[in-house]
Write a protein that binds this ligand. Structure first.
Ligand code: FES
Length: 112
């Protein structure tokens, strides 16, 4: 099966270390991410731009001011990702292609 992927979102929300956020708050961001992607039909394999993948990861080695969200392929890192910010990021960054600079703390492009 050949599915096109537009973005992959990795969220450190419920880390076992609990260093960058309270997991009770982090899980709300994760649930919001899941709900938002589903509601906006971004997980549809027929989506022309490709599907949006999401992964809940244990730790992205930042460990402060979380939840931390890393978005590929741009290599954009967001911090303090509350449920409200998650929705904004999905709508602005993922759908409209306009990152929210105010909450970005790092950009890291991988070599090809
Ligand atoms: S615990 Fe979130 S980045 Fe390490």
């Amino acid at each position: 099966m050949n599915i096109r992927v537009s973005h992959h979102l990795l969220l450190c929300a419920t880390s076992t270390k609990s260093l960058c956020c309270n997991p009770k708050n982090g899980i709300k961001s994760w649930e919001k991410l899941k709900r938002t992607l589903q509601e906006l039909n971004l997980e549809d394999p027929k989506r022309a731009e490709g599907i949006v993948l999401r992964s809940k990861v244990d730790c992205l080695r930042v460990c402060s001011e979380g939840p931390i969200l890393l978005i590929w392929p741009e290599g954009t890192w967001y911090h303090k990702v509350t449920p409200n910010l998650i929705e904004l990021i999905v709508k602005e960054h993922i759908i409209r292609g306009e990152p929210i600079n105010e909450f970005i703390f790092k950009r890291m492009i991988l070599k090809e």
